[in-house]
Design a protein around this ligand. Sequence first.
Ligand code: HAM
Length: 430
Amino acid sequence: MSDRIKLIKGFQDVLPPQSLAFARIEQAAQEVFATYGFQEVRLPVLEHTELFARGIGLGTDIVEKEMYTFLDRKGRSLTLRPEGTAGAVRAYLEAGFGKGEAVKWFYSGPMFRYERPQKGRYRQFYQIGAEAIGYPGPGTDAEIIAMLDRFFQRLQVPGIRLELNSLGCPGCRPAYREVLLKFLDSKKAALCEDCNRRLNTNPLRVLDCKVEGCKQAVAEAPAVFDFLDDECQRHFAGVTKDLDIYGVSYTVNPRIVRGLDYYTRTVFEYIATDGLGSQNAVAAGGRYDGLIEELGGPPTPGIGFALGVERVALLIEEKGEEKPEYYIVALGAGACEEGIRLLGALRFIGLKVEMLTDGLDRSMKSQMKAASKSRAKEVIIIGSEELTQGQYTIKTLESGEQNTVNKIDFIKQKMIAFHVNNIDFGFKIS
Ligand code: HAM
């Protein structure tokens, strides 16, 4: 036997029942987002490295240490997307929307970050994200948050809370930067090597450092929330006003800084109070009014969020796969053919039905064993007696109750119940 090839560290196979939870989450997103007028886009997982270097920012952890970057056969630097916003903006400009047109898009798919793997944190993980580009007003911030809130309600995700902040705009930043630099200067000795470097390049990033010593050193740092100019204060008030109208509860947390450089004004995070340990951000997002320009487009506002599918899946109760309605047990060649015809007909009608169709002529005992393992509600038994009489024996697995039905009546009744009209499945139904 040769050596088994193993999964890459930090990557995951998504198998049942986790895959069922993923499907339920994706379906809820599609249904809820559609009611808010968001349309799906499917974007590549591979982009030019420069897109993320410029979009997310050179001093960020993601760009500095977490990207899967490589040279392709022509020597171009490409990167597996660590997030979806930069790619969505690239697609927006590429499609010729660059005259400030408004779009409401959502996407789902894998993202890649070379982070230390732990519960809820993987190197390939799935996000569902939404981006509203071309909408400047605070009403859109509130609406997109309300949409995310509705999604969590639909899935009945327990124990999460919304935290909200404003990071101001380039207008408010110089005054804040000065005060922040003064504060950080007094903590220099306690900051890690990276942060000492960031003091000169991107001091705001120091507030997002994951090193314990830095976290403690900046615990009392001044918050940009206290330096907002009039416009940014008005914008924030507009967001909270509409959130109150929508009935979305939130807490203002001036400590939210976010790990990507593109944010302006509104930022928010949904935090799990229980069940996720340290990786407790279930979804996060904010406004990025400078990003489209940064990526070569005209000044265009944008706001969005992304949620971590694995993290939501860890929080929702796994409902499990739906049990089959029927399991068909057939004895003998003629009964097997009848069984397969019935299987096709019931599945066409829309019922979940199982049968051993591999033609191995199994005993009644082994077929009944498979039926109870499938946890089907009822078993349809077809033996030689049933075949000659044009009947089926139907057995309820839980009670053991058993009765015989005329096969045409049985099929007709199912067709009526499931609104399927006059289809001849070889049963000669008139
Ligand atoms: P982010 O905060 O980097 O934002 O990621 C959003 C969510 O993705 C996180 O809250 C978390 O649930 C999930 N996530 C992130 N990293 C991992 C990981 N390594 N393993 C598992 N889940 C993870 C963004 O990505 C922005 N693009 C969001 C956005 C969209 N902002 C505006 N528009």
